[in-house]
Design a protein around this ligand. Sequence first.
Ligand code: AMP
Length: 438
Amino acid sequence: MKFTELGLAPEILRAIADQGYEIPTPIQAQAIPVVLAGHDLMACAQTGTGKTAGFTLPILNRLAAGKSTGPRKIRVLILTPTRELAAQVEDSVRTYGAHLPFKSLVIFGGVGINPQIAALKKGVDILVATPGRLLDHAQQRTVDLSGIDVLVLDEADRMLDMGFIHDIRKVLALLPKKRQNLLFSATFSDEIRTLAGSFLVNPEYVESERRNTAPDLVTQYVYKVDRERKRDLLVDLIKEKGWYQVLVFTRTKWGANGLAEKLLKAGIEADAIHGNKSQNARTRALANFKTGKLHVLVATDIAARGIDIDELPHVVNYELPNVPEDYVHRIGRTGRAGSEGSAISLVCVDEHKLLKDIERLIKKPIDVMAHPGYEPDPTIRPEPIQMRSAGARGGQRPAGGRPGGASRTSKPKAPARTAAPAGKPGSGAAHRNGSRHR
Ligand code: AMP
């Protein structure tokens, strides 16, 4: 199937062609017709599957098809768990809407609220927001949500993990009852199903084929190493192999800071991003990493979630994640959109069970490599793994990971296509000045 067969407006097809895309990804091919038809949607899709365009393209199409009536009002609200993801989603809205007159805005916490208030006043069609800051605006009455036609919850599983459930419910209460709802989540736990059941109306269900499988283009391997020697091994690997753009995952914020410092001391350009860093520091680190000025970016799962870096060559799991599905999310940063990548895990004796769980999830063993001089000491006994530092993830997942995340058998009952309501009329087109407010 080609994009041209999906019934999208010529302006949108032009923007897609500008990006060099011809073929919709599986999630796009499934989701776009459902959203165009006005149905509610429940989509199981991870980052890297093209999910953002999966909802952005048909939403833009619906706006473009609608008639403009009265002053500009926010018609589309996209909620994301993190600031970085919010910024990236709004980037996509602007990219795909480049030839349309709509105005988009991203708002998130950690930066001044006044420029956001000024931007909101000027009028916005598509608002991308993190829940906390959106509620701040709602409380101050600086945002008008009464014209929302379409709501998207992106990475809903992360939002719940981060403890946003109450915020989401508060936002839902502020929206008009009659609207189209789209929920995207990497996995479907009971919690997600409960949330979905509370606001989706006869949703159609679509699922990306990459669910819980490692991307084909990623070469994965494990170095077994003693817990105390991981830092030295990482320094040696980066230097010996000449890795220049490495995303390194740690379990905790303090672990990320300590590792970045150690790498800097070893003469490797490194920085850390996590929730305790100011938004400016995070944005700067990410920009430096993207341009190659920074060779290593050390990140916690939450900070790294949704980061879209084209052709990222190396991902290192300095510590394995506690939840196996996070391994797939992490290595999804590399081997994207046709480029090859490598995912390296440094595994100490404490993590052997986590490694087994990951191999069970991805349904294949990961090759073990030896690095001379770093052979593990067989006399070292496993110790309990220190959990994430408080606040690193807000709410903790239940032990054993997200129920429903591991296999297709746990797929939520997909409502029949015929059960979906008739499409709503498109919303009015309005003027977009193309400017970006942050
Ligand atoms: P996402 O899952 O939305 O984060 O998208 C992952 C990456 O795939 C992004 O870099 C997109 O720009 C890219 N992408 C999205 N749709 C397509 C497509 N149809 N063909 C090729 N690349 C795409």
